[in-house]
Design a protein. Structure first.
Length: 232
């Protein structure tokens, strides 16, 4: 794997008993690349992300990762008994053994980046869904990951506040953060991604640049899916 390749997946299979959730997936990406993954519910998108970061143990195949991953979940997963500051600094201090003051200074920078510099001492229960998700993004970034994974980060949010989170992710894209984003936000995929993948029944059915993917879909399955999303 060359220095510019951040992730390489070879013939990945993930079984849950008799169910094959991911079927012989081959995929790689370069540093600074942004990949969006779309597809129907149950198509294996989230399972694939969880295989990349080790939350799911693959059944067979090989994953080579150059560096660490940061994960942003659909339902935030903030520690409810910790303030925003403590949520962000906990892993850098405990896992990376960073000095507390250095970790706090980084957390302050990240909270400012996501527009929540006034919420450092606030507990998650007092935040909106969009604010919680932005704190979750800051928490993942605090570990200085080589690759950021987003698992449908806006699907649990009201449409009115979805833009808050997407704007932060667009900012990350402008800073050339390497990202894989599982999303139903077609506009975001079209505007921000370098590549878009379509998964169905555990298989990557089609991939391409946003322009080719959305304007010239090749497979009948993708064409049907895109038509259904337009009607939704």
């Amino acid at each position: 794997m060359d220095r510019e390749t951040v992730l390489e997946m070879k013939d990945i299979v993930k079984m849950y008993g008799e169910l094959c959730a991911v079927k012989h997936v081959n995929f790689s990406m370069k540093k600074g690349e942004i990949v969006a993954i779309i597809g129907p519910s149950g198509s294996g998108k989230s399972t694939l992300l969880r295989c990349i970061n080790g939350l799911n143990k693959i059944t067979s195949g090989e994953i080579r990762l150059n560096g660490e991953t940061g994960m942003v979940f659909q339902h935030f997963n903030l520690f409810p008994h910790m303030t925003c500051m403590d949520n962000i600094t906990y892993a850098p201090i405990k896992v990376k053994k960073e000095e507390r003051e250095a970790a706090r200074a980084k957390a302050e920078r990240l909270l400012k980046m996501v527009g929540l510099e006034t919420k450092a001492d606030v507990y998650p229960a007092h935040l909106s869904g969009g604010q919680k998700q932005r704190v979750a993004i800051a928490r993942a970034l605090a570990m200085d990951p080589e690759l950021m994974l987003f698992d449908e980060p806006t699907s649990a949010l009201d449409p009115e506040i979805t833009g808050e989170v997407l704007n932060v992710m667009k900012q990350l894209a402008e800073n050339h953060t390497t990202m894989i984003v599982v999303t139903h936000e077609m506009g975001f995929a079209k505007e921000v991604a370098d590549r878009v993948l379509f998964m169905d029944q555990g298989v990557i059915v089609e991939e391409g640049t946003p322009q080719d993917f959305f304007e010239r879909p090749q497979s009948e399955r993708l064409q049907t899916f895109l038509r259904s999303m337009l009607r939704a």
